[in-house]
Design a protein around this ligand. Structure first.
Ligand code: ZN
Length: 168
């Protein structure tokens, strides 16, 4: 299995709106396996295709403790949302940065699974947070974009500092 390179902010591809996936095929199936492998290896609980430089509407997630319950969604769409929750989020494309983000706590998502079936997923708390975070990536949005001006600026400065330290 090939581990994919995870694209880091501020790579331009992370700011693009990704293309819908017309139907399942073998190369997508392979990409899904590689994305899951890359996500577990990172380790992370979610990964969106643009984070591995593929501009398509595909996300993979697994919030289980053992990492044995993957959720794969293509063309995911939130069709209902309610409630509110604040969760400390991080992102594999901004390693080392964590921020409290407020989002709806309960969502209903429609999408296509890896067998090509149209499915609906009800999610709450961490899974709802994770799905919304990953769908944001498909729309060119980063989690820090949910922060107010000064908090966002601070997070960006902190990330730049971390990256500079890494390079030197
Ligand atoms: Zn992310």
């Amino acid at each position: 299995m090939e581990k994919l390179d995870i694209v880091l902010y501020p790579e331009a591809g992370l700011r693009e709106v990704c293309m819908p996936i017309p139907e399942m095929n073998d190369s997508l199936d392979q990409l899904i396996d590689e994305m899951l492998y890359t996500m577990y290896d990172a380790p992370g609980i979610g990964l969106a295709a643009p984070q591995v430089a593929v501009q398509q509407r595909l996300i993979v997630m697994d919030i289980s403790e053992k990492g044995d319950d993957p959720l794969v969604l293509m063309n995911p769409e939130i069709i209902q949302s309610a409630g509110s929750i604040t969760w400390e989020e991080g992102c594999l494309s901004m390693p080392g940065i964590y921020a409290n983000i407020k989002r709806p706590s309960d969502i209903l998502v429609r999408g296509m699974d890896r067998e090509g079936n149209n499915i609906e997923v009800e999610a709450s708390e961490l899974l709802a947070v994770c799905i919304q975070h990953e769908i944001d990536h498909l729309n060119g949005k980063m989690f820090i974009d949910h922060l107010s001006g000064i908090k966002r600026t601070r997070a960006l400065q902190q990330f730049r500092k971390l990256m500079d330290q890494k390079e030197s």
